[in-house]
Design a protein around this ligand. Structure first.
Ligand code: RB5
Length: 154
């Protein structure tokens, strides 16, 4: 699989471990940075990795910051990108199986590198369950919806 990977300064060590693991497993991985632990802004790197997915140059993106939260918020602002924030193998698997996520975000302050590797492996291996497509179509429709498009009253 073609995978883009990016982090912020908090995720550099996890990124390095994931890169090594994924390449050894035969994936084609593009490292979108950063390459040092100097402080950076996660939105810049989420954008770089997810842009490759948008352009069709990567099949999936893996994003690591301190919590995964900033990366997931940034990635989900990008048109057509669904990013799942996962905290364990189960949520990583469900991000692929139920949400057909293009990107997985995880937190280097939340999971250790060994767990991160297991999570990414699960994310990449899990097939999408097509019974969830209707919900994804509604998420996609939100990208072009105006303020009056809500069809559900609360
Ligand atoms: C540092 O920018 C920190 O806020 C970041 O690594 C991440 O935890 C944000 O969600």
């Amino acid at each position: 699989m073609r995978i883009s990977i990016a982090s912020d300064h908090n995720g550099v060590d996890h990124k390095r471990a994931l890169l090594e693991h994924l390449r050894a497993a035969g994936h084609a991985v593009t490292d979108c940075g950063p390459h040092t632990t100097a402080s950076v802004d996660y939105a810049d790197f989420a954008q770089a990795a997810c842009r490759l997915v948008q352009d069709g140059a990567a099949d999936r993106a893996v994003l690591i910051c301190g919590t995964g939260i900033g990366m997931s918020i940034a990635a989900n602002k990008m048109r057509s990108i669904r990013c799942g924030l996962a905290h364990d193998v189960a949520t990583a698997r469900l991000a692929a199986g139920h949400n057909h996520a293009h990107a997985l975000a995880l937190g280097a302050r939340v999971v250790d590198a060994t767990t991160a590797i297991a999570m990414v492996d699960a994310f990449l291996a899990e097939p999408f369950e097509t019974r969830h497509q209707r919900r994804l179509d509604k998420i996609t429709a939100l990208e072009s919806s105006g303020p009056t498009a809500c069809s559900t009253t609360c």
